[in-house]
Design a protein around this ligand. Structure first.
Ligand code: UDP
Ligand code: MG
Length: 306
């Protein structure tokens, strides 16, 4: 028995999925009619260059539950999702891919799981229907992110997720940050769960991501890691490096000063350049830390008095 939400939003990023859209919408509507809940389907066209735009407009003409928005260029899935979150009115928001790899029939599974007391539930493609060259790096990716962030879930990359509205209002996505939503949410103190979902092979169109996703993923991961660990205390990060550099520089310069007193020439010693470099670098790191602290202080002050 499913505890019905009053209103549910389905957010779908669309990039060149013209052949998948009609069936996708039909399947979602069928399942939501069964649950008998009010809903909206939000299609965010992320600058498609095929016929997706016309297809979406045609579908929306026949279905008042469909909302749509079209980007002039391809901004990426995270930006599309972010836009969807801004528009969504449901108390529960589901995101899913447009390519029918996520099965609309699994929507009740997500709803049931979030009703167990979570703020975010991520799908887990237990039997993933993709090529091995995609599955293997993904396994490593999940392991590393899980270990570092402390949130051990199996499938960070799954596009099929359900959120409480409040959570989506507190998360800002850009670049390829969508992969880290569970980690960011967990870090903000939300309850994050996962539930196995069935997965399909892609029938029409092709995958938009190749191996470069892991490269970009690594950079994004560094950002997320920094945000998670040091967002509220950047001085702990910059200060540590700064202190290490400036103390090393100071020791080197002290050593050179002492031997200079004993009459040795130090002007042509590479150690002198190293000492000066380290010292200046250290001061710079510390100043960056102070400026970051100041920015956070001002930001907090502003948001507290809103
Ligand atoms: N997508 C998007 N913008 C992009 C790339 C992808 O909106 O720049 C959408 C795409 O249309 C699909 C979802 O994101 O609905 C997942 O993309 P894809 O199926 O290519 O990823 P994969 O399943 O290969 O991980
Ligand atoms: Mg896909």
């Amino acid at each position: 028995m499913i505890k019905k939400p009053h209103f549910i939003s389905i957010v779908i990023p669309v990039y060149n999925e013209e052949h998948n859209l009609p069936l996708l919408v039909e399947k979602i509507q069928n399942i939501l009619h069964k649950i008998q809940t009010k809903y909206e389907i939000i299609l965010i066209n992320d600058g498609s260059t095929d016929n997706s735009k016309n297809e979406i407009i045609k579908l929306a003409d026949n279905n008042k539950q469909i909302k749509h928005m079209h980007f002039n260029k391809n901004f990426g899935k995270a930006v599309a999702l972010n836009k969807g979150f801004q528009i969504a009115m449901g108390e529960l928001i589901i995101t899913m891919d447009a390519d029918l790899q996520d099965k609309p029939e699994e929507i009740p599974v997500l709803i049931n799981k979030i009703n167990e007391g979570y703020d975010l539930v991520s799908g887990w493609k237990i039997n993933r229907k993709d090529k091995l060259e995609k599955k293997l790096p993904s396994k490593i990716f999940n392991y590393v992110i899980g270990t570092v962030t402390g949130l051990k879930i199996h499938d960070y990359n799954c596009g099929f997720k359900i959120y409480r509205k409040e959570l989506t209002e507190n998360i800002n996505l850009y670049g390829e940050m969508h992969r880290y939503i569970p980690a960011l949410a967990y870090w903000k103190g939300y309850r994050v769960g996962e539930v196995p979902v069935k997965h399909n092979y892609r029938k029409y169109g092709k995958s938009k991501y190749g191996m470069e996703r892991y490269m970009h993923g690594l950079f994004d991961f560094m950002t997320v890691y920094f945000l998670i660990k040091y967002m509220s205390k950047p001085m702990h990060f910059f200060g540590k490096i700064g202190l290490f550099c400036s103390i090393s520089g100071f020791l080197i310069l002290s050593y050179l000063t002492i031997i200079w007193f004993f009459g040795e020439r130090i002007g042509n010693r590479p150690l002198l350049s190293l000492g000066i470099l380290l010292f200046i670098l250290g001061i710079q790191f510390i100043s960056t830390g102070l400026i970051s602290e100041l920015i956070i202080y001002l930001y907090e002050k502003k948001s507290n008095f809103k």
